[in-house]
Design a protein around this ligand. Sequence first.
Ligand code: ZN
Length: 113
Amino acid sequence: MKTRTIKSIYNELKKYSKIHYKAGIENRQDRPYWKWDTVFDCRSCETCKGLHGKVFMWNDPIWTDYLPPVHLTCRCGVRTLTNAAFIEKGLEVSKGSDYYHLIEAINDIGGIK
Ligand SMILES: [Zn+2]
C-alpha cells in the first residue's frame, strides 16, 4: 500500500479516535476504566503488544498524550469499561506514564527508532 494511502487511513482513524475520545469523556461516570485494545497478531508491533489489555483511568494523561493509533500501521483502539466489568474481569489499573517509553521508542510505521 502506498505511504500516502496509509497516511490518509491513519488520519481518518485519528479523527474517529478523537470522536470516540469525546464520547468516552461524556460517559466517564459510567465507564471510567479505559482499556488499550489492539489487534494482537503477527503484524502487531512490540509497542502495541506491550500496551494491549492495559487499563488506564479515563483521566490518565496517556489518553491525551498518546491516544491510539500511535503510528501509521497501528490498529489499537480504546475500549471503555464499567466498574462492574472492570471488577468481573479482574483487571488492574496501570499508570500510563509507565508505558511512554514503549510509545516513544517507535517510528511512524511501528518499528523501533
Ligand atoms: Zn497500536
